[in-house]
Design a protein around this ligand. Structure first.
Ligand code: SF4
Ligand code: SF4
Length: 373
């Protein structure tokens, strides 16, 4: 079976042009409401995503609860457990009210806001959906949820929690300086209660530890290694690897070099996903512009941009041409590959060193949602 490689991925940007950020209709609240109604109606008729996430669960439960004819549809208006004889069925059918009333129209603003709020942009519903563009229904549920968040942020301001979670570089660079203290504080129940009350991060939420030294600091003080590799790559470390788990980045560098790559790590900032998901379009655009500027020279040197974080890969590849609508952003986006895709590519070209016999054992590989997308 031929596995798809990253560069086979389709370019969604043309399909999504109708909902481009610079299209004034994107920001039209009345148009958003009619789109929510239209897409919720299609989803109600389809329900393929019923078990994917809390957004769909809440949406379908609310629609069912609001449906005035639900009991009739389920036959519950007939005495439960009683077998309906054929001669009775005709009589009962005379009393069935046929209604074209649509329960989606009964959803309140609070219901829609809850559906939007519960979407965590895993984007799994996109590849599952048979109605995505170019289908005439043009359903893009994750983008619609993002649009609702952005319009909300523009009207009401960006919530403090979203600002905090979006400031990954600022928070990460401070926390790595005081990592032992920060990590102890994150596990202290009194502090967690304070964080819940002030920032809005649930006290039960497990938080990742911060590293004593960021990956990029390690990279900057790493002794130069002879670059004998024939395949030039630039590593986009990602915030999680940079501030929380630099060992992933160090292993990635080691693996890439053993696979015959000449590795560089250009100046970089957060890809912008946390800001984007919090509705902060301008913040995400600013970061995207910075990364396009610093990654472009590496791309023009012929380097692939390789990232070990599927979410960051997805943003760089598919969101950047929309966030920064320039040929340079498209050039950078086209050069981005997820690390796993890249290594698969190297393996196919017989460039991966074989592990010593018998040392690897069984490996379970979790394909991340954003990798599937
Ligand atoms: S993107 Fe993920 S969380 Fe959002 S609606 Fe789709 S499946 Fe649910
Ligand atoms: S997003 Fe698509 S597949 Fe999922 S319920 Fe809606 S119409 Fe169906």
């Amino acid at each position: 079976m031929k596995l798809p490689i990253a560069n086979d991925a389709r370019d969604w940007s043309d399909d999504r042009h109708a909902m481009a950020y610079d299209n004034p209709q994107f920001w039209d609240g009345a148009h958003l409401q009619s789109e929510l109604h239209r897409v919720f109606e299609i989803c109600n008729g389809c329900r393929l995503c019923f078990n994917l996430c809390p957004s769909f669960d809440v949406l379908f439960r609310r629609i069912d609860a609001l449906d005035p004819h639900r009991e009739e549809a389920e036959g519950k208006h007939i005495e439960s457990g009683r077998i309906v004889e054929e001669h009775e069925a005709g009589e009962l059918l005379k009393h069935v009210k046929v209604s074209t009333e649509n329960p989606v129209g009964l959803l309140q603003d609070a219901d829609k806001e809850r559906v939007v709020e519960l979407c965590y942009e895993c984007k799994l519903c996109f590849p599952k959906c048979p109605y995505v563009p170019p289908h005439e229904f043009a359903v893009d549920f994750p983008k619609l949820m993002l649009r609702a968040k952005m319009i909300g942020a523009r009207e009401d301001g960006i919530a403090f929690r979203e600002r905090f979670l979006g400031a990954t570089d600022l928070v990460g660079s401070v926390m790595t300086k005081v990592a032992p203290l920060a990590n102890a504080a994150a596990h202290n129940s009194f502090n967690r209660m304070l964080m819940e009350k002030t920032i809005g991060i649930a006290r039960e939420r497990q938080l990742p530890n911060y590293a004593d030294e960021s990956f990029l600091t390690w990279w900057s003080r790493r002794a130069p290694v002879p670059q004998n590799g024939s395949q030039p790559v630039a590593l986009f470390a990602t915030c999680f690897v940079n501030y929380n788990d630099p060992a992933i980045g160090k292993d990635a560098v080691s693996m890439l070099e053993r696979a015959g790559c000449n590795v560089d790590c250009p100046e970089q900032v957060c890809c912008g996903m946390p800001k984007l998901d919090g509705g902060d379009l301008e913040g995400a655009r600013k970061l995207a512009r910075q990364n396009v500027e610093t990654l472009l020279p590496a791309v023009r040197e012929g380097r692939k941009i390789v990232s070990p974080g599927p979410s960051c890969t997805l943003v760089l590849r598919t969101e950047y041409p929309e966030l920064v609508p320039t040929p340079e952003a498209r050039e950078v986006a086209a050069a981005v590959m997820d690390l796993s895709d890249f290594l698969l590519h190297q393996a196919r070209s017989k460039r991966l060193p074989k592990p010593p016999e018998g040392t690897l054992g069984k490996v379970a590989f979790h394909v991340a949602c954003h990798n599937r997308v």
